[in-house]
Design a binder for this molecule. Structure first.
Ligand code: PEP
Ligand code: MN
Length: 462
C-alpha cells in the first residue's frame, strides 16, 4: 500500500470541482449505505485489465476507450446499451482487421454520470442558477439544481442495471465474433460503409471457420495473478470506466480485497477510472485518492499541463513504475497538439515511466455552431488523431489507443444523432438541430464513428 495513504486521506487536500451539499447528514447516510452495497466489479477483472493495458503500453494491443460524455438515468434502456456495445464492437472489429492487433475495449459506461463544469453557476432566462453537474448530483431541469445525495444511490443502481445488461449481452452470444451482423448495422444508410464492413465480416467468418476446422483454440488462459480466465472468440473482454470525480462515492466503493495476490484497495465501482483535466492538481484531493487504488488509471493531459508537472504526477501515482497502471489521455485540440505532445513524450521518455499513450481528439476540438449548439467537426477530430500518430512516430514513441465520445443511439425512426459536423455523411450546421440529443458534449454518431474506424484501420494496414 502507498505510504501514508488511506481511502479517506484525500480529505486533507483541496478538492477541485467539489459539490456543496446542503445537508451533510443526509450525504453521510447515503455514503454509509453505499459502503455496504456489493462491489460492481471484481479484483480479478481489474487485474486482467491491468495485464491487458501493459500489453497496450508495449504496443502489443490497441486501446479503444469510448462512450457517452455523460450517461443519464433516462437513457438507461436495453436499446441504448446494446447500441453502444454494438458500436464499440463494430469499431474494434474494423481496427483489429487493419492493425492485426488485439483491441482492449473500455466503455465510458455503467457509472459515467458526474461532470466537471467550468463554472458553478449558469444563467437561464436571466436567472443565475447552479450548473448541472450530472445525473448523480442534480437535475438537468433548471428547477432541479439542488444537489441531492439520493442521486448517488440512484447512480449506483443504474450502474448495476447497466452492468447486468452488459454482462448478459456479452455472455449470451450478442458479442460473438461469429455474428457481427447483429451489432445494429442494419440502420447504416451509407451503402459504401455497409459494403466496407461486410468485406471485413466475410473475411473474418472465413478465418473463424478455418481455425475451427483445424481445431485452433484462440483463447489463451491468463495466469491467476493476472486475473485468470480464458478469453474466447465467442465472448469478448469488455471493461467499464468513468471519471473519478465524486470522491465520497468513489471512497464508499473502495474496498480492501485479497484477490488475486496481496491485499490491495480496489475501486469496485469500475475497472478503470480517470482523472479529468480540471482535477489533476498535484497536491489536490483527486491525485491523492487515485495514488492509492490498485485499478489502472487514466490521466487527462491538456495544453495547460507542464512537462515537469506531468512527470511529477506520474511519480506520485506510480512510484514503482508498474506497467499497465497509467494511461495518458492527451486532448490538446488539433491546432495545439504540435506545440505540446512532443515535449510531453520527451519528458515521459526521459523519466522512464511506462505509460500507454491515448489520443482523445474530442475535448480540445469543441466549438459552438452559429445557432449556439456545442459541436465538433469531424475534420478536426481526424486531424488530431493523424497528428498524434505522426508525432509519436517522429518522437520514437507509439500511439496506443483512442478515447472517443460516440453513440450508436437511434431515434424511433431509426436515425442516428446529429451532434458532430462532417464525416462521409457530410453533416451540415443546418442539420445539427434535427436530432441533437446530447445534454453534455456532442458525440459522433454510428456512421461518423465507423468512418474514423476505417480511416485508422487503413492507416495501420499500410
Ligand atoms: C470528458 O472526458 O468528458 C472530460 C470532461 O474531459 P476533460 O477532463 O479532458 O475535459
Ligand atoms: Mn466530454
Amino acid at each position: 500500500m502507498p505510504v501514508n495513504w488511506s481511502p479517506t486521506s484525500w480529505k486533507e487536500n483541496p478538492i477541485a470541482q467539489d459539490v456543496a451539499y446542503p445537508d451533510q447528514d443526509h450525504l453521510d447516510k447515503v455514503l454509509e449505505k453505499l459502503n455496504t452495497l456489493p462491489p460492481l466489479v471484481t479484483p480479478s477483472e481489474i487485474e486482467r485489465l491491468r495485464h491487458q493495458l501493459s500489453q497496450v503500453q508495449r504496443g502489443e494491443a490497441f486501446l479503444l476507450h469510448a462512450g457517452d460524455c455523460a450517461e443519464s438515468f433516462d437513457a438507461c434502456t436495453y436499446e441504448n446499451i446494446s447500441a453502444k456495445i454494438g458500436l464499440i464492437l463494430s469499431f474494434s472489429l474494423v481496427l483489429i482487421w487493419g492493425a492485426r492487433l488485439p483491441v482492449v475495449r473500455i466503455g465510458r459506461i455503467a457509472g459515467q454520470y458526474a461532470k466537471p463544469r467550468s463554472s458553478n453557476y449558469e444563467t437561464v432566462n436571466g436567472e443565475k442558477i447552479l450548473s448541472f453537474r450530472g445525473d448523480n448530483v442534480n437535475g438537468l431541469d433548471p428547477k432541479d439544481r439542488r444537489p441531492d445525495p439520493e442521486r448517488l444511490l440512484s447512480a449506483y443502481f443504474h450502474s448495476t442495471t447497466t452492468l447486468n445488461c452488459l454482462r448478459s449481452l456479452l455472455t449470451s452470444g450478442f458479442a460473438s465474433l461469429h455474428h457481427p451482423r447483429e451489432w445494429s448495422l442494419e440502420h447504416v444508410r451509407s451503402e459504401a460503409l455497409r459494403r466496407e464492413f461486410e468485406v471485413i465480416v466475410d473475411g473474418l467468418s472465413d478465418a473463424l471457420d478455418f481455425s475451427q476446422t483445424i481445431g485452433v483454440d484462440a483463447g489463451a488462459a491468463l495466469p491467476y495473478e493476472h486475473g485468470g480466465g480464458r478469453g474466447t472468440l465467442g465472448e469478448v473482454d469488455f471493461y467499464t470506466s468513468h471519471e473519478g470525480l465524486m470522491l465520497g462515492y468513489e471512497t464508499a466503493l473502495t474496498r480492501e480485497l485479497p484477490v488475486p495476490a496481496v491485499k490491495a484497495f480496489y475501486n469496485t465501482g469500475a475497472h478503470f477510472l480517470w482523472i479529468g483535466d480540471r482535477t489533476r492538481q498535484l497536491t489536490g484531493a483527486h491525485v491523492e485518492y487515485f495514488r492509492g487504488i490498485r485499478n489502472p488509471i487514466g490521466i487527462k493531459v491538456g495544453p495547460t499541463m507542464e512537462s515537469a508537472e506531468l512527470v511529477r504526477v506520474l511519480d506520485v501515482v506510480n512510484p514503482d513504475r508498474e506497467s499497465g497502471r497509467i494511461t495518458l489521455i492527451t486532448r490538446y485540440g488539433a491546432p495545439k497538439i504540435d506545440d505540446h505532445l512532443p515535449a510531453h513524450i520527451h519528458a515521459v521518455k526521459e523519466s522512464g515511466h511506462p505509460v500507454a499513450w491515448i489520443c482523445d481528439p474530442m475535448h480540445g476540438n469543441t466549438q459552438t455552431s452559429a445557432s449556439g449548439l456545442k459541436t465538433r467537426h469531424f475534420n478536426n477530430i481526424i486531424s488530431e488523431i493523424t497528428s498524434s500518430l505522426r508525432i509519436h512516430t517522429a518522437c520514437g514513441s507509439q500511439l496506443n489507443g483512442v478515447s472517443l465520445e460516440f453513440t450508436g443511439e437511434l431515434n424511433e425512426e431509426g436515425y442516428s444523432v446529429t451532434e458532430c459536423l462532417g464525416g462521409s455523411m457530410e453533416l451540415s450546421e443546418e442539420e445539427l438541430e434535427l436530432r441533437y440529443q446530447s445534454f453534455c458534449d456532442p458525440r459522433l454518431n454510428f456512421e461518423q464513428s465507423l468512418d474514423i474506424a476505417f480511416l485508422m484501420s487503413n492507416h495501420f494496414k499500410k
